[in-house]
Design a protein around this ligand. Structure first.
Ligand SMILES: [Zn+2]
Length: 69
């Protein structure tokens, strides 16, 4: 579910700094537990190509629940 509020602001991807997991909010499942992540630990990104995501988190992990390929 795309959220309008802090820290998401309509962005599609949410990175959780406590687990190093990247979530796709468009495919979010209850197992992602997005609403239980400390909001101050979340960084939101509009796209996976956003340069800052790769620079900030070169070894991010894809959440197995919402980012299955
Ligand atoms: Zn997820």
């Amino acid at each position: 579910m795309i959220r309008s509020t802090y820290p998401f602001f309509y962005k599609r991807y949410a990175y959780d700094n406590s687990t190093n997991l990247l979530h796709d909010l468009k495919n979010e499942t209850p197992a992602c537990n997005i609403d239980n992540i400390d909001k101050d630990l979340i960084e939101a990104y509009s796209s996976l190509n956003e340069g800052s995501l790769i620079l900030d988190h070169p070894v991010y992990k894809k959440c197995p629940h919402c980012m299955d390929e």
